[in-house]
Write a protein that binds this ligand. Sequence first.
Ligand SMILES: Nc1ncnc2c1ncn2[C@@H]1O[C@H](COP(=O)(O)OP(=O)(O)OP(=O)(O)O)[C@@H](O)[C@H]1O
Length: 448
Amino acid sequence: MYPAVLIVDDEITIIESLSGILSDDGFEVIHAFNGYEALKKIETESPDIVLLDIWMPGMDGIETLREIKQKFPNIPVVMITGHGSIESAVEATKSGAYDFLEKPLSIDKVMVTINNALNFRKLEEENLYLRKKTIEKNSITGTSPAVQALHREIMAAAPTDAAILITGENGTGKEMVARTIHQFSRRPEEPFIIINCAAIPEETLDSELFGHEKGALGHAASKNMGKFELAAGGTLFLDEIGDMNINTQAKILRALESKTFQRIGSSRVLHMDVRIIASTNKDLTTEIEKGRFRQELYFRLNVIPIHVPPLRERNQDIPMLVDTFLDKLAGQSATPKKTMSKPALDLLVRYAWPGNVRELKNLMERLSIMVQEDLIDVTHLPHPYHSGDTIDAANSPGELFAPDNLEQARTAFEKEYVRHKVAQVDGDITLAAKTLGTSTRYIKKKLT
Ligand SMILES: Nc1ncnc2c1ncn2[C@@H]1O[C@H](COP(=O)(O)OP(=O)(O)OP(=O)(O)O)[C@@H](O)[C@H]1O
């Protein structure tokens, strides 16, 4: 198919001469004598590019350009201007014109400009396609009503600038949801910055968030930008906000209320321009009651609440997730894709998944390495997955006595013990780690 060019000019001689040249070069040519007609033709004939005269009676070129850009933002528009009318050319560029051609028109320049504009549009379309693919690849997948509802919530919240609080157990996909929101926000090209409030020591969290000047805190060797500054224009994701110390919470609240902040050691007031998304696996209302979380901050963050359901409440998505993970793993290792037998899949669907999607993903990684056959069957499933439920150590002593040596028995017991404790606190890994006096890393390792 030949590209279609719409020529908009009130001078018939220009239309005729341009039409002749462009038709000879294989373009399909459409024309319009004024802005109104041009808008109608764009709607009915969808040209690939518009050549638009800047001086026209009635709706002039600039006005027409603005209307076109508002209604059809993806069509490149090249303005045709009188000789030396730099001011209008500048105005046209500001209003979204791709380029401009000066009268008298040079055939070579017309052809080069049109081809450049069409190539540019093609690249833009390719970019858009790739971005859409990336978003799809990194979006939370699932056909269950729970995930479908989650999608609707994400799409409604994304284009606003309102703060969002994402809640859900560990490993449910909260970070993935935050990234998807950013991708569909009005600022997808801007930075997406994560700060893990649980992983950063209390003493350095302020400086991580707000930055510091050289010499601040008595030892800083150089100036450092904080996450608020790094995220400027984009999104700041405050992961595990429920674990943030109460004093830092007060500082964040102040910054969010005043929309300003200062680097530590500086008196300069910086303007804050970030969209805030926070996440937690804790019930913040309980944390507020216990005096561990500031109510005002909760209200600030919880403008749009989004809950990511645990995997056991959307277990119909498990077969699709298994397939997605096995597909990705095969791609990564350039090996044939493994599949899961129906009985094995049934067991996984019935399992309680205290570690949620992360646990499922890790299990798939493990199976794709350990299993030599192309079909993963029940016998390949490690303990406790082949029993189809969260194993309660007290109810299955036989399994725990199975190992023949003490080391294996100890490992098996430790795994079951951790699993049991995590299940008791509804999959809250941070809480389980605290209760057991260990790290979340250790717990996550035991869950895989
Ligand atoms: N629907 C999904 N499809 C594919 N992968 C997923 C999906 N949901 C989660 N994952 C994967 O599971 C893992 C855990 O997800 P993520 O880190 O977003 O969870 P989280 O709720 O933020 O966890 P935590 O609370 O522990 O930080 C990631 O590797 C993510 O890519």
